[in-house]
Design a protein around this ligand. Structure first.
Ligand code: HEM
Length: 343
């Protein structure tokens, strides 16, 4: 389709980006839908407690479920019962799981598209109405072709949960392997909640983390959810310094800037490039923060681009950053994680 991620027409991409971006603005959109995100983060720690009482929990599946829940409840404004009805089936279809039921994704898409296009109670941040489902409203007001809207919803249901879910899973995996770091993160989380004196955190309060920010940034480096990214096509010919000399890339060449090898290159990160070290010397351009000035910029440098490089970087990164801090702080405040024995 010609959704925002797949269109090769730069003007069409720019129009979609300009329109959809409002749903991801930190203060005018995300801060307003944060109560929905927060309520779900609290609920998810209760869900985890019930599951953990029965035995080891598959955290990958748990966090993918939660990331899909956050996306549907907070960004699309979907009622909880519809989210629960569609969540597992959508994920199973994307994973090509043998449990996936034929037709589940298209049925779910039909329902979600209808809701996104027709529910007048969702609002855009600039409407001045209480915000519920800013992304649904953006789809409603966009005047793009139906196939473009369909492609965008499908893309966001996928890209918006799998990336964020896996990043949180790798982070907990690393904390389980490094209990001493896990304990320090838990102390920071305890201190964070104590400083709120019983009230709920606001979007700006999320700037109170430091080690958690570092752990998230280090996970994005070591385990980039988009390890390679999609192709770009050169608009102009380029001369590059390659191994063994200059290389000429003609206009039209497909290129990809791979994250995996740059993110783990000892020449760029030092001898401990393969080690989880949240205290490494991230630059201000690389360290990911939330709720403070400049936090919404894309974290990027010549050696680091977990959300790809501007301008065609991740549209949902600010939402991902908010939900990861909420989910992780609620569960790390109440649970300790260790690796389950091999099956
Ligand atoms: C940790 C979480 C995430 C990571 C690491 C991530 C990473 C990326 C990367 C690397 C790209 C560029 C892909 C390419 O063009 O080659 C991308 C694009 C995109 N992402 Fe994310 N993403 C995350 C979360 C999200 C979320 C939560 C959403 C939506 C709610 C989202 C929506 C998108 C969209 C719509 C694009 C296409 C943007 C465009 O082409 O203008 N992502 N993401």
């Amino acid at each position: 389709m010609d959704s925002i991620i797949s269109t090769v027409d730069n003007e069409h991409w720019r129009q979609q980006r300009q329109h959809l971006i409002e749903a991801f603005m930190p203060l005018s959109s995300l801060a307003k839908i944060m109560p929905v995100s927060l309520a779900r983060a609290k609920e998810c720690s209760e869900r985890l407690r019930e599951m953990a009482e029965k035995g080891p929990v598959d955290m990958s599946n748990f966090l993918l479920h939660e990331a899909q829940a956050q996306l549907q409840l907070a960004l699309l404004g979907v009622p909880e019962e519809i989210m629960e009805e569609t969540n597992a089936g959508i994920r199973q279809t994307f994973m090509l799981s043998p449990d996936a039921k034929i037709g589940h994704l298209s049925e779910a898409m039909k329902g979600l598209m209808k809701l996104a296009r027709e529910d007048a109670s969702v609002a855009l941040p600039s409407d001045g109405c209480p915000v519920r489902g800013p992304l649904s409203r953006a789809l409603q007001t966009g005047h793009f072709a139906s196939s473009t809207d369909y492609g965008n919803l499908l893309l966001i249901l996928f890209a918006g949960h799998d990336t964020t879910g896996h990043t949180m899973t790798w982070l907990l995996f690393e904390l389980a392997r490094h209990p001493e770091i896990q304990q320090q993160v838990q102390e920071e989380v305890d201190h964070f909640f104590a400083s709120l004196c019983g009230r709920d955190p606001s979007y700006q309060d999320l700037s109170g983390f430091d080690l958690l920010d570092r752990c998230i940034t280090e996970t994005l480096r070591l385990w980039p959810a988009v390890a390679n990214g999609t192709f770009r096509q050169l608009q102009f010919g380029e001369d590059l310094k390659g191994v063994g000399g200059q290389v000429q890339l003609p206009k039209g060449t497909f290129v990809t800037v791979t994250n995996w090898c740059r993110h783990r290159n000892p020449e760029l990160w030092g001898a401990d490039a393969d080690t989880f070290n949240p205290w490494r010397d991230f630059s201000q351009q690389e360290l990911v923060r939330v709720g403070c000035p400049m936090a919404a910029r894309t974290p990027q440098s010549a050696r680091f681009s977990p959300f790809a490089h501007n301008p065609r970087s991740c549209l949902g990164k600010n939402f991902a950053q908010m939900e990861m801090r909420l989910i992780l702080s609620y569960i790390l405040g109440q649970f300790s994680f260790s690796l389950a024995p091999p099956i």
